[in-house]
Design a protein around this ligand. Structure first.
Ligand code: NAD
Ligand code: 89Y
Length: 343
């Protein structure tokens, strides 16, 4: 099978991870890059030895010569770039947040479906080694049927130095980080029927909310809490770990700080270390996220090669984005939101 050729749009902060990961993916390589900022284009082109460089995505699509596009820009450009990919019949990966609104996201999914073009959202947190480990234990039946969960991401890490735009938007933590935590909650406990949320802004130097507490009623009958904060000062900084608590009819799971997994079942307690690998190009504490970037990009290459659906397809991601929209609606109105009514 010939190696898939990809083109990447957006050579910013996070794209460096994606470019490194593409070098490790089996069966795919990046052959062209695009950024409207000539400095970023040169930096990434030189670092990764990519000759084909474009300042304009339309020009890159017009030249063609690639089997898929990896959109690594910020959200404002996602809809236009996904539409461009669909009009050229080029399968697309789009970074999270998939779209600014659920309406935009639905239009993007519909257009790609009409064009017969695969679409995956780069929703990588469910691909993290510790999250996959929790899912594997749950699937094994070791704790029986889960009836309660907590998905928690509390940190005081300075994300604004690398991503200054995060301080400037009306929306912050739910749209940027909570979106991953909500996706993990869906991945582990299934789809959500209703949602209630409360938010706060603690850091006066930013515009959006930096704390959110969200209550989810899952369709399975389980209840969970998603709590996220970038205003939590802790003795050992946990960034970027998602901590999980699950209680089931036969036992419990605790994924705690330091990638420690404790499973309590009918036969006793099992403790294991589910730390991510430190890839050759990765650096702590980002290595957990970096490893999941490689995992999701390998998944894309494998699914594109065998023609099957990805785990975080555009259609799947509508259900995660609906939770983001619902969380903002609920925090503003004080009411519980019916997720089915949004989809
Ligand atoms: P960034 O601002 O550093 O980089 C974006 C780049 O895209 C810039 O260089 C900009 O010039 C370029 N760009 C924007 N619109 C363009 C267009 N229409 N055509 C060509 N180039 C264009 O942003 P970032 O921090 O790298 O974030 C990018 C995306 O990655 C965001 O959506 C962010 O939420 C996401 N992200 C994901 C993770 C994750 O774990 N999945 C982590 C961090 C960031
Ligand atoms: O942008 C965010 C993401 O997706 O993962 C962590 C992050 O970089 C900062 O919150």
């Amino acid at each position: 099978m010939a190696e898939l050729k990809g083109a990447l749009i957006g050579c910013g902060f996070f794209a460096i991870n994606q470019m490194h990961a593409w070098q490790d993916v089996k069966g795919a390589q990046i052959v062209a890059i695009c950024d409207r900022d000539p400095e970023r284009l040169k930096l990434v082109g030189d670092q990764f030895g990519i000759e084909r460089r474009y300042g304009d995505a339309a020009a890159m699509f017009a030249d063609g010569g690639f089997d898929f596009v990896d959109i690594a820009t910020t959200v404002a450009s996602h809809r236009a770039l996904v539409e461009m990919a669909a009009s050229h019949k080029v399968p697309a990966i789009c970074q999270k947040p998939f779209a600014k609104t659920l309406g935009d996201a639905k239009a993007m999914v519909a257009l790609c479906a009409q064009a017969g073009v695969p679409l995956m959202v780069h929703e990588n947190f469910r691909w993290q080694t510790p999250i996959q480990a929790v899912k594997t234990v749950l699937r094994s039946g070791a704790i029986g049927d889960p009836f309660w969960g907590r998905f928690s991401f509390r940190s005081g890490f300075d994300v604004f130095s690398g991503q200054p735009y995060l301080a400037e938007g009306e929306r912050f933590i739910i749209e940027d980080l909570g979106i991953h935590t909500l996706d993990i909650a869906r991945f582990i406990l299934g789809d959500v029927a209703t949602l209630t949320a409360r938010t706060k802004r603690v850091n006066p130097a930013i515009k959006g909310e930096d704390v959110a507490t969200i209550l989810l009623d899952h369709e399975s009958g389980a209840t969970s809490i998603v709590d996220v904060s970038y205003a939590s000062r802790l003795s050992t900084e946990p960034f970027p770990e998602t901590l999980i608590e699950l209680d089931g009819t036969k036992g419990s799971i605790r994924l705690s700080q330091g990638y420690r997994l404790e499973v309590t079942g009918p036969d006793g307690v099992a403790i294991s270390d589910v730390s991510p690998q430190l890839l050759s190009w990765a650096s702590r504490p980002w290595h957990n996220i970096q490893e999941s970037v490689l995992a999701i990009q390998q998944h894309w290459a494998d699914r594109l090669a065998d023609g099957t659906e990805t785990s975080t397809s555009g259609a799947d991601n509508l259900k995660t984005l609906a939770l983001v929209e619902a969380a903002y609606d609920s925090a503003a109105s004080g009411r519980t939101v019916d997720i089915g009514a949004l989809l």
